[in-house]
Design a protein around this ligand. Structure first.
Ligand SMILES: *Cc1c(COP(=O)(O)O)cnc(C)c1O
Length: 366
């Protein structure tokens, strides 16, 4: 068996042998589970999205989609007060991030990122051979911008942060983001705003001022379209041009016809967006109070999830107990955060189910 796997690995290129792929949260095939483990929106997308997708499915699936996804580009540009050439689209923001890492961070010197952040960043770095320098979050798991300065002038490849951060949910003030941009004016600062619509401060308004700023958004979270795979990056046209070069060296059609149509409709139904994101934020406030009632410490969240720890009970044991009671949450077995649970904010009914299950788990563990 060993010999066999050595043989099999000999087919792999060296970089693939060294890869450590990202492990997404579980997508269980079992019905009836309360799924609070992958930060999906608990509400469905706007009915207008479904209608647009249905129409698109009836018209021209035999034809390739628009390689520029012009309609969606224009819609997003208008929504954020930008020009279409300041918007880049991809098959989920994960793909946009990957192209961004490839386009901007391969300088042979380290990319700076928080020690605790979206774990996909380190996966891309391995894929593309980008050295990483992690910068520790503070004791309270906040980002310390001053720690990103390099007074000795040592070269860095750029900076990537998530704001609000994942998996902590903690947001960074815009002034601090600006400080980062000014620390490294000759390198790209990539700000991943996957969760910004749940109460964070977006850096979109800084794009005109900062040629090194790239802001990445997704329709997976606040627009309830994780299943459709749409993400985008905004920045000055020279940055978008670099992303286009990478994309057009990889896949001309990352967005299919259904995604383009559904994406446009999602931005056209602003009322649905406001209603659902407000519902999530309001559930979050209730969930935080309920968790605190159990004695859990909850980090301040500007996202559609909370990051919480119990003062005495083991997080892995709590997660296992919740799972046994039909509730999925995410536990990361990683340094500094292994006693935390990341709990996505569900509907009020899902949050109630979590609270009931947690009461039962904690009673059983005590
Ligand atoms: C969910 C998430 C993404 C990925 O979003 P997709 O558009 O679904 O690929 C990117 N960054 C962070 C921080 C996320 O949590």
């Amino acid at each position: 068996m060993k010999q066999n796997s050595d043989l099999n690995a000999s087919f792999y290129s060296p970089v693939v042998r060294r890869l450590v792929p990202y492990v997404p949260g579980e997508q269980p095939k079992i019905d009836g589970l309360v799924k609070l483990n992958t930060n999906e929106n608990p509400y469905p997308p706007s009915p207008r999205v479904l209608a647009a997708i249905q129409l698109a499915a009836q018209q021209g699936l035999q034809l390739y989609p628009d390689p520029e996804a012009t309609a969606l580009r224009q819609t997003i540009a208008a929504h954020h007060g930008l020009e279409p050439q300041q918007v880049f689209l991809g098959n989920g923001s994960d793909e946009v991030l990957a192209h961004g890492f490839f386009a901007f961070f391969q300088h042979g010197c380290p990319l700076l990122m928080p020690d605790i952040s979206y774990s996909f960043y380190q996966v891309y770095c391995r894929l593309y051979g980008i050295p990483v320098e992690t910068v520790p979050l503070t004791e309270s798991l906040c980002l310390d911008v001053a720690a990103y300065a390099r007074a000795d002038g040592t070269a860095i490849a750029g900076v990537v942060i998530a704001n609000p951060n994942a998996p902590t949910g903690v947001g960074l003030a815009l002034q601090q983001v600006e400080q980062l941009l000014r620390l490294h004016p000759r390198r790209v600062v990539l700000v991943d705003e996957a969760y910004v619509d749940f109460g964070g401060d977006s850096a979109m308004g800084l794009i005109a001022q900062y040629p090194n700023l790239l802001v990445v958004h997704t329709l997976s979270k606040s627009r309830s379209l994780a299943g459709l795979r749409i993400g985008f990056a905004c920045g000055q046209a020279h940055l978008i041009e670099a992303l286009e070069r990478v994309k057009n060296s990889f896949n001309s059609y990352p967005l299919d016809r259904l995604a383009i149509a559904g994406g446009v409709a999602a931005f056209e139904d602003q009322a649905w967006f406001e209603q659902t994101r407000r519902a999530v934020m309001s559930s979050r406030e209730g969930l935080v109070l309920a968790l605190e009632d159990f004695g859990l410490q909850v980090l301040p969240s500007q996202a559609n999830f909370v990051f919480a720890r119990h003062p005495t009970q083991d997080a892995a044991a709590i997660a296992a107990g919740l799972r046994a009671r039909g509730v999925l949450v995410r536990h990361f077995k990683l340094p500094r955060i292994e006693q935390y649970l990341r709990i996505s904010v569900g509907t009020p009914a899902q949050c109630d189910a979590l609270v009931q299950a947690l009461a039962s788990v904690l009673a059983a563990l005590a």
